[in-house]
Design a protein around this ligand. Sequence first.
Ligand code: WQD
Length: 355
Amino acid sequence: MCNGGRVPSGVALLTGGAGYIGSHTAVELLCAGWDVVVVDDFSNASPVALERVARIAADHPGAGRLRHHRLDVTDTPALTRVLAEERVDAVVHFAGLKAVGESVEQPLRYYRVNVGGATSLLEAMAATGVRRLVFSSSATVYGEPATVPVDERAPLGPTNPYGRTKLIVEQVMRDVAAADERSRFVALRYFNPVGAHPSGLIGEDPEGVPNNLMPYIMQVAVGRRPRIRVFGDDYPTPDGTGIRDYIHVVDLALGHLAALEALDRLDPFTAVNLGTGQGSSVLEVIDAASRAVGRQLPYEVVGRRPGDVAAIWADPSLAHELLGWKATRTLDEMAADHWRWQSRNPQGYRGAPAG
Ligand code: WQD
């Protein structure tokens, strides 16, 4: 079940391609005719995800080939070998750590993996003449926005080590692109990815207690947790709870496909928001999930989470202008697709039958 259907476009290497966004992007690239090579150390992802990706793409005539290599992106010699042997045309860089709270407790680990991994990749690309790169950046580079919606000209002010690693990698990309104007780099600033592929075969499978709202809600829905904790209802928003721009992970994946196909007509470095342009509150997300699950999900209001901003959502017009991309899926579709994945895979990929 694919959304794509374009002309074959070459070999794309996806670092961290067995992860949540990576696996969904692999499906859309394969369906669009790209050959996909995944490199992943599987420290925070399951090989089962790739078997499921292959299953989805197998239904699509004309889908590209999927291969994978187990490796750590900070291993520059190994990465260089794979880029050369697989005759890679473009890279999508997902591999990295992404928990804001954890980054505050373990900053050095975040700088080593997120910044060290990106510089290792850029060195391997330079050594093999691969000059096309799409980078998984984040709206956290904006920090607390002065105004919403946020466009790409907004001040950049990350407020945690995770967001700072994303901004540093963007700066490294800008400098490398300035040194070699044949570079074609795009940083995609994600807002809040949620949902799952409509097949229910792949989805978000966080380790331990989910940091993010939707996976936590769905673990409550499937009985793994007693109730949802709403982190504060005293924000200056209509219902007092935090507002975010939730984007369906399939829309996000299609944004990566659009970026890859637009690269050659862009500047050496471009940063683009990937969001819907709509904000939803915590209570609105709980309501959408309750509709998807078919019952009111239990929640309690607790104290604010340190570091949270009250409200942020995207102005996604540059993505439409430069990439010809727009998100189309609604919050209810996000909740319904997330629930289909979670209800069919109550423990995620752990203990799931292979394939
Ligand atoms: C959303 C809203 C919380 C959990 C983070 C990263 C960002 C990206 C997405 C990687 C907020 C509230 C949450 C819960 C709650 N990750 N909430 N109860 O913090 O906007 O963004 O994840 O790229 O970079 O910063 O997402 O889902 O954690 O929170 O009330 O159990 O839900 O306060 O208002 P966030 P989130």
